[in-house]
Design a protein around this ligand. Structure first.
Ligand SMILES: Nc1ncnc2c1ncn2[C@@H]1O[C@H](COP(=O)(O)OP(=O)(O)OP(=O)(O)O)[C@@H](O)[C@H]1O
Ligand SMILES: [Mg+2]
Length: 249
């Protein structure tokens, strides 16, 4: 589904590489956790994958299509297939829109269906993320943090993406709400079969839902493997350090 191969990227014209020689794959229906310290380059990699930032080297393929070669219509189609969920749901929702409007917007932008089918789709999406239909009439300020993140997830899923990139989606939430949102993501992945790159700085969070884990340090992937292997038999000293900093594991 997603193939990242030898990708390097930085900022500015003469910018030194922030991520270097990153190779990572996410299969359809697979959740791959990307974990690493603050500033190591996780969000930069997310921006490269979603086409928001150009890599200086390497290739990114989504469903076997090279992202860099895309222009015009093909690029629009690609943007549909790859969606993102961000850390702060408050910032990813407009204060003026109702939930219903926020969920209708991506359908309208990509000209999916008519008014009636869009309304039906919004109902489905609310149901999918376990929100009451009445929540559709509320605005951002009338929602809890967990509800806001559910809306952001529903919005990301509106166009049935094949890949969901989640950049620290539960970091801003209370621990009790975190667990619910993580369970929801797992459940949605089982039902909808999208691939998911799930980014967090907390290994315990990633281990809860990822099939495989990639550990990033200073812009490089230092270790990757099945979750059980990485968390019980870590190879790299940095992974051991992360594990020792996670008492629950
Ligand atoms: N727009 C930008 N311009 C210049 N440098 C940037 C920009 N965005 C990020 N950086 C730098 O790139 C490096 C990696 O940042 P990035 O946001 O990818 O890290 P991260 O792993 O997501 O960190 P966090 O866990 O804190 O979110 C950092 O040193 C950061 O200062
Ligand atoms: Mg980040």
């Amino acid at each position: 589904m997603l193939e990242i191969e030898g990708v390097s990227a930085g900022y500015g014209r003469a910018g030194t590489a922030v991520i270097e020689d990153v190779t990572l794959r996410v299969a359809a229906g697979e959740i791959v956790g990307l974990v690493g310290e603050s500033g190591c380059g996780k969000s930069t990699l997310a921006r490269v994958v979603t086409g928001l930032h150009r890599p200086s080297a390497g290739t990114v393929r989504v469903a076997e299509v090279d992202v860099r070669a895309l222009r015009g219509k093909a690029l629009r189609a690609h943007r549909r297939q790859v969606q993102m969920v961000f850390q702060d749901p408050y910032l990813s929702l407009s204060p003026r829109q109702t939930v219903r409007q926020a969920l209708t917007e991506p359908l309208a932008i990509h000209r999916v269906g008519d008014a009636r089918s869009r309304a039906a789709r919004v109902g489905e999406l609310l149901d999918l993320v376990e929100l009451d239909p009445q929540v559709g009439d509320r605005r951002r300020g009338q929602l809890s943090g967990g509800q806001q993140q559910r809306v952001a997830i529903a919005r990301a899923l509106a166009l049935e993406p094949r890949l969901l990139v989640c950049d620290e989606p539960v970091t801003a939430l209370d621990v009790s709400v975190q667990a619910k949102v993580l369970n929801l993501l797992c459940d949605l992945r089982d039902r909808l079969d999208f691939g998911c790159l799930f980014i967090a700085h907390d290994l315990a969070v990633v281990a809860r839902l990822a099939d495989r884990i990639a550990v990033m340090s200073r812009g490089r992937i230092v270790e990757q493997g099945p979750t059980a292997e990485v968390t019980t038999d870590p190879r790299h000293p940095y992974t051991r350090l992360l594990l020792s900093a996670t008492p629950t594991m």
